[in-house]
Design a protein around this ligand. Structure first.
Ligand SMILES: NC(=O)c1ccc[n+]([C@@H]2O[C@H](COP(=O)([O-])OP(=O)(O)OC[C@H]3O[C@@H](n4cnc5c(N)ncnc54)[C@H](OP(=O)(O)O)[C@@H]3O)[C@@H](O)[C@H]2O)c1
Length: 329
């Protein structure tokens, strides 16, 4: 089978497609013929050499797929060879065959394209869990989302109203020219992350501030988050897009004085410690896609050969929206 392999830290020059043997599932696992796979920032962070992602090379990227069940491991029930599924493998999903834990392999509803389903297991499920479990969204919440134009940001714009959110939705983007696209995605306001941002957020909320902040920027905007979060608000930290040093957390006084919560979120940790909850989120997103009109604007890459350049675009902040790649089928 063909698989994308990252041979060393760096960029597209260190990615190649290799012929390797198709894997067979162990107990509790499923082998999947991958039709489509999602691209994710986490693989860019790994090949960039960010701490905590991988120290072992070659690195096999790809953490969300959709396709058909090829082979069942011992003890797997509730799935059959040929079933259309979406899954969150630990890695190696940018390949014609991948192994995933059965608990994180979820049937794709009839009528939903596998290209769309490939965005569910990591990207969309993360967006759902950020809003529900981590962010505890309630109907009237004003929500601030950093990196509004990426895959997660565009999903959140659609998910907030689908999950019952009715409040103002504010997005931030790294480059001012990305702001109109974020508004097209559903944000009521989109602002560049510059010196005027705090004032812009205050004005957009009539001085009240926001109830929920979803922030994948390490601690680079944490001080701003604290400044614009209304009393009782929640800040969810879920990434370190720039890959730099992480700064200090808020003081006890800041948290107590504002009745504020700062929460961390990790898809990887959910997969390891709460896989049933993650599977439920994947099921929710697939259901919303199939039955409630959740449609992410997707850039569909024609084959694995196109992935390294797309990873470059993502790394350089040139990409917008969600990328999926046709792998087989
Ligand atoms: N904790 C988790 O489990 C989890 C799961 C999925 C994703 N994430 C995180 O969520 C963020 C978005 O993920 P995604 O899948 O939506 O990724 P994506 O579609 O590739 O978008 C990445 C976004 O990051 C922004 N960004 C900010 N600083 C950047 C930098 N230094 N270099 C490159 N891009 C930068 C870019 O937009 P702007 O420059 O306009 O902001 C871009 O929209 C990433 O940081 C990712 O690590 C975390």
């Amino acid at each position: 089978m063909r698989a994308l392999v990252m041979t060393a830290p760096g960029g597209a020059e260190n990615s190649e497609i290799r012929e390797t043997a198709a894997p067979h599932p162990g107990p509790g696992q499923v082998a999947i013929d991958v039709a489509w796979a999602g691209l994710n920032f986490v693989d860019v962070m790994a090949r960039r050499g960010d701490g905590g992602y991988t120290s072992a090379w070659p690195y096999l990227p790809g953490k969300e797929v959709a396709g058909t069940v090829r082979e069942l491991g011992e003890g797997v029930t509730g799935l059959a060879v040929g079933d259309r599924v979406a899954a969150a493998p630990v890695g190696a999903g940018l390949a014609e065959v991948v192994l995933a834990d059965a608990v994180l392999t979820v049937p794709v509803p009839d009528g939903l394209a596998l290209s769309a389903a490939a965005a569910a297991p990591l990207g969309l499920a993360t967006a759902v869990l950020l809003l529900t479990d981590a962010g505890r969204l309630t109907a009237g919440d004003t929500v601030l989302v950093h990196s509004a134009g990426g895959g997660i940001g565009s999903a959140i714009a659609q998910l907030v109203p689908l999950l019952g959110g009715e409040g103002t939705l504010i997005g931030t983007v790294g480059r001012p020219e990305k702001a109109p696209a974020a508004v097209d995605l559903g944000y009521h306001h989109a602002f560049a992350r510059d010196e005027q941002l705090a004032d812009a957020v205050r004005t957009a909320t009539s001085g009240r501030g926001v109830d929920l902040v979803l922030d994948p920027l390490g601690t680079t905007t944490l001080e701003l988050d604290l400044t614009v979060t209304a009393p009782g608000g929640r800040i969810v930290l879920f990434g370190n897009a720039g890959g730099g040093e992480v700064g200090t957390m808020p003081t006890l006084g800041q948290l107590m004085g504002g009745n504020l919560s700062v929460t961390g979120f990790s898809h990887r940790a959910y997969a390891a410690t709460a896989p049933e909850r993650l599977a439920r989120a994947i099921r929710t997103t697939l259901g919303l896609q199939a039955h409630r009109g959740l449609t992410l604007p997707l850039t569909e890459l024609p084959g694995l050969e196109a992935v390294p350049a797309a990873h470059d675009a993502i790394e350089q902040g040139r990409a917008t929206g969600k990328y999926v790649v046709r792998v087989g089928g």
